[in-house]
Ligand binder design. Structure first.
Ligand SMILES: Nc1ncnc2c1ncn2[C@@H]1O[C@H](COP(=O)(O)OP(=O)(O)OP(=O)(O)O)[C@@H](O)[C@H]1O
Length: 460
């Protein structure tokens, strides 16, 4: 049987030129996988599954009934050890997905512990093990390094508040699901790929009926190109302070709206009382708002006592938003190089509310711990080993303690700016933000006009 596999492996390259196949494998790994790698791996898997699982210690002793049947029907003295039953094998554009039914006495961690041995046995790039329904696991094999040149999967979730941002190393899409994880933090050293991550996110958000608010204290160099799709943009800490106050105002208005609706529904039999905006009728529901804060440390910097007061006030307001705003559809997306107690009062309290974590390459273990230590401690060391020649690679942790390596597709700032212009008609008019004006600069100089605020009618 293994001869047949070897024949396939040797014979296939002989059909074309060996050099040509090597070239295809390096330059177009997805095409190579579909045409060559997948049929070879599938055959190899089918013919070697039982022996591979046996040598990897992934079998259990047969039940008494099986041993009895084996003795009486096949007349063999010894019944074979039993590997997990293969429920389903599904080829994908990046690998093979195999669903296994676990025999009694085996747990998903047993398969996960052997994933490196399995990868070598079947000659694939990686084997990831994901728990399924009780008693089942899915082995996700990838045929090539899907993080080398990233393309998003063709089929990604299409729910309004679920934004595909990057690809996981098991080939699936990494999504930002705002209703499941309202607030998130992205960390990383210089040139590690944080802005690329935000660009991918903004591109996905811009295409949906969601309000985007920017805070970019690098004078707006990252976010100003996206201004046709931003409901407001603050480009220095003073403006940011005013904008955060305006967002708190909007949050309070939305709570009043919810309360008012509860009053109406309380008197109406059969009407559902809701405690968040998603339970409101669509025509009454305010548009969700995502607040994108780039380089958060800038908001904490202080030079004078007056700055310190402003900083403390703004951080308190941000903590209030992070604690309360989920119910009213306001979400925070914060990005920075580090986010620890050294930033100042309130930093760790705010960080604790940002439960979505993505950590790019970092310069020290301490920064990785700031991002992942409290939610996925095993992932801390993984984040410290991201190589500098792979910008955009990051470790995404989730609140269940799980984590995965991800990478965003490369996209230029002008491509995202084009998408923002194309979808500018989705930029909603948010009353509380419409009253916000950038605070006049403290030092004399050309005053920045109120053009930073762009209320626009919603045309859906
Ligand atoms: N996913 C990716 N794939 C390929 N190249 C990437 C990816 N992400 C980032 N890069 C490249 O890495 C470089 C740094 O990316 P980016 O500007 O996003 O990093 P950053 O962390 O925001 O840096 P800084 O903190 O200095 O602003 C850029 O040249 C960018 O093109």
């Amino acid at each position: 049987m293994s001869d047949l596999v070897t024949l396939l492996e040797i014979g296939t390259p002989l059909v074309g030129t060996a050099g040509g196949l090597g070239y295809a494998r390096a330059k177009a790994p997805a095409v190579y996988w579909s045409l060559v790698g997948m049929p070879v791996t599938r055959t190899r898997f089918a013919f070697t599954y039982r022996t591979t699982m046996d040598v990897c210690g992934l079998t259990v002793a047969p039940s008494r009934l099986r041993a009895f049947l084996s003795r009486t029907v096949t007349r063999s003295r010894e019944a074979q050890p039993v590997p997990p039953k293969v429920r389903r094998v599904r080829p994908t554009s990046t690998g093979l997905r195999v669903t296994l039914r676990l025999p009694a006495g085996m747990e998903p961690a047993d398969i996960a512990a052997a994933s490196n041995r399995l990868r070598h046995a079947w000659g694939v790039q990686a084997v990831h093990v994901v728990e399924g329904k009780p008693g089942t696991v899915e082995m996700r094999m990838t045929g090539y390094d899907v993080l080398r040149r990233v393309k998003m999967p063709r089929r990604t979730p299409r729910r309004p508040m679920v934004i595909p941002v990057a690809r996981r190393e098991d080939g699936t899409a990494f999504v930002r699901d705002y209703r499941a994880i309202p607030h998130a933090l992205t960390l990383g050293a210089n040139q590690s790929g944080k802005s690329m991550y935000q660009r991918n996110l903004i591109k996905g958000l811009a295409e949906r009926p969601i309000a985007l608010v920017g805070v970019d204290c690098k004078r707006g160099v990252e976010q100003a190109p996206f201004s046709p799709r931003l409901s407001a943009l603050a480009t220095n800490p003073d403006e940011a302070s005013g904008l955060v106050d305006a967002i708190v105002g909007e949050m309070e208005d939305r709570f009043d709206l919810l309360k008012e609706h509860q009053g109406i529904t309380a008197g109406t039999p059969d009407a559902e009382i809701t405690s968040d905006i998603w339970g409101l009728p669509a025509d009454k529901r305010p548009v969700p708002i995502v607040v994108l804060i780039d380089e958060v440390a800038e908001l904490f910097m202080v030079a004078t006592r007056k700055d310190e007061e402003r900083r403390d006030r703004m951080v308190t307001q941000l903590i209030r938003i992070a604690q309360l705003s989920r119910a009213v559809g306001i979400y925070l997306e914060i990005c920075g190089q580090r986010f620890g107690s050294e930033l100042g009062r309130g930093a760790t309290m705010l960080r604790a509310q940002l439960t979505g974590r993505v950590v790019h390459r970092v310069n020290d273990k301490q920064t990785a711990e700031m991002g992942l230590g409290d939610i996925a401690p095993e992932a801390v060391s993984v984040a410290t080993t991201i190589p500098p020649d792979r910008p955009g690679v990051a470790v995404a942790g989730d609140t269940s303690g799980g984590w995965s390596r991800i990478r965003t597709p490369e996209i230029s700032i002008s491509e995202v700016a084009t998408v923002c212009r194309q979808f500018a008609h989705l930029t909603p008019d948010i009353p509380a933000l419409a009253t916000w004006r950038p605070i006049a600069p403290a030092v004399s100089g050309p005053a920045e006009g109120p053009s930073l605020v762009k209320p626009k009618p919603v045309t859906e």
